[in-house]
Design a protein around this ligand. Structure first.
Ligand code: NAD
Length: 282
C-alpha cells in the first residue's frame, strides 16, 4: 500500500494524515469546509517548521513530506486509485454512514476502508459498503502524531487479509497495533477509560474533590500523563458529548458526566482546540 486518503481534516484527521506522509505514503486529505482546509495548511506549515527548528527533520525531508501531502474538497478525486481510506469525520452515525456509502462507490473494490470512530464498530457500516471484507476500525489516539498505539478491530465481515494489511500499515507508519479480535463498542482503551472517567465525574459531582485536584491525583498517583478532565479537553468536549449522548439514547444509561459535559457543550466550551473547556488555556 502506498496511497492513503484521509477524510476529515480536523484534530485527528490532520495528524493521522501528516504522520502517514512522514512515513513515506502519498496522502490526500479530503476536507469539505474551506476554513478547516485553511487552518490545516497553516497547522502543517507550523508543525513542519517546528520539526526543523528542533532538529528532528531536515529541510529536504520536510520538502519531501510536503510533496507527498495534498488537501482537497473533491471526494471523488481523493478516492480514486488509493490503497487505503481512513475516515475521520465527526462521531455521528448517519454522517459516517452517508460518507462511507459514497467512499464505497468511489473506490476500487480492493481499497481498504477504515474508520477512526472512537466507539462505533465497523459492522455499523457494513451494510452500506460493497465488499465489506475490506472494512475495519483503525483507531488512533490523540495526539495521533505522538501516540504509539492504534487499535485494529476485526468485524465478522472483515477478512484476514484486511487485518494483516492494517497491522502492517500501522507498523510502517510508526505505530504499534493492538488487535481487537471481536467487535466491542469502545474497543480496548476507551472501555478501560470509561470506568476511570465515570469514577472521576462521580467524585467531582458528589463534591469529594475539585476537578483540578482529581486530575492532579490521577497524574501523580497513577502516573497518567494527564487527568481525565484534561484528557476530555484535549479530545474535544464535542466528541465526548456525542459519545455520552449516544450512550444515553441507545442504552438509557446516563453518564455521571453527562450534565457537566452537556453544559460545556451548550456554552461552546469545546476544549483545548478553542482554548476553553473544563480549563482555560489563554
Ligand atoms: N478527538 C479525539 O481525541 C479522538 C480520538 C480518537 C478518535 N477520534 C474520532 O475521530 C473522528 C474525528 O474526530 P476529531 O476529534 O478529529 O473531530 P473534529 O471535530 O476535529 O473534526 C471533524 C471533521 O469532520 C468534518 N465534518 C463535520 N461534519 C461533517 C459531515 N457532515 N460530513 C463530512 N465531514 C464532516 C469536519 O470538517 C472535520 O474535518 C471522530 O470519529 C472521533 O470520535 C477522536
Amino acid at each position: 500500500m502506498k496511497k492513503c486518503t484521509v477524510i476529515g481534516g480536523g484534530a485527528m484527521g490532520r495528524q493521522i494524515a501528516l504522520n502517514t506522509a512522514i512515513h513515506g505514503y502519498e496522502v490526500v486529505v479530503c476536507e469539505s469546509f474551506p476554513a478547516a482546509r485553511e487552518s490545516l495548511e497553516l497547522w502543517k506549515e507550523e508543525y513542519l517548521a517546528g520539526r526543523i527548528a528542533k532538529g528532528r527533520m531536515t529541510q529536504e525531508q520536510v520538502d519531501a513530506v510536503k510533496a507527498r501531502f495534498s488537501v482537497t474538497d473533491d471526494l471523488s478525486a481523493a478516492c480514486q486509485d488509493c490503497d487505503i481510506v481512513i475516515e475521520a469525520i465527526i462521531e455521528d452515525k448517519q454522517a459516517k454512514s452517508d460518507l462511507l456509502a459514497q467512499v464505497s462507490r468511489l473506490t476500487r473494490p480492493d481499497t481498504i476502508i477504515a474508520t477512526n470512530s472512537s466507539f462505533m464498530v465497523s459492522s455499523t457500516f457494513a451494510g452500506v459498503v460493497a465488499h465489506p471484507e475490506r472494512l475495519a476500525n483503525l483507531h488512533y489516539f490523540m495526539p495521533a502524531l505522538v501516540m504509539k498505539l492504534v487499535e485494529v478491530v476485526k468485524g465478522e465481515h472483515t477478512c484476514q487479509e484486511t487485518v494483516d494489511k492494517l497491522m502492517a500499515f500501522a507498523r510502517e507508519t510508526g505505530k504499534t497495533p493492538a488487535l481487537v479480535k471481536k467487535e466491542e463498542d469502545g474497543f480496548i482503551v476507551n472501555n478501560i477509560l470509561k470506568v476511570i472517567k465515570e469514577e472521576a465525574y462521580r467524585l467531582v459531582n458528589e463534591g469529594v474533590c475539585s476537578l483540578e485536584d482529581l486530575d492532579t491525583a490521577v497524574e501523580l498517583g497513577l502516573g497518567h500523563p494527564m487527568g481525565p478532565f484534561k484528557l476530555d479537553d484535549m479530545s474535544g468536549i464535542d466528541v465526548r458529548y456525542s459519545v455520552l449522548k449516544r450512550r444515553l439514547e441507545e442504552t438509557g444509561t446516563k453518564s455521571h458526566g453527562y450534565d457537566m459535559i452537556s453544559n460545556l457543550y451548550q456554552q461552546g466550551r469545546l476544549g483545548k482546540k478553542i482554548k476553553h473547556g473544563f480549563y482555560d488555556y489563554e
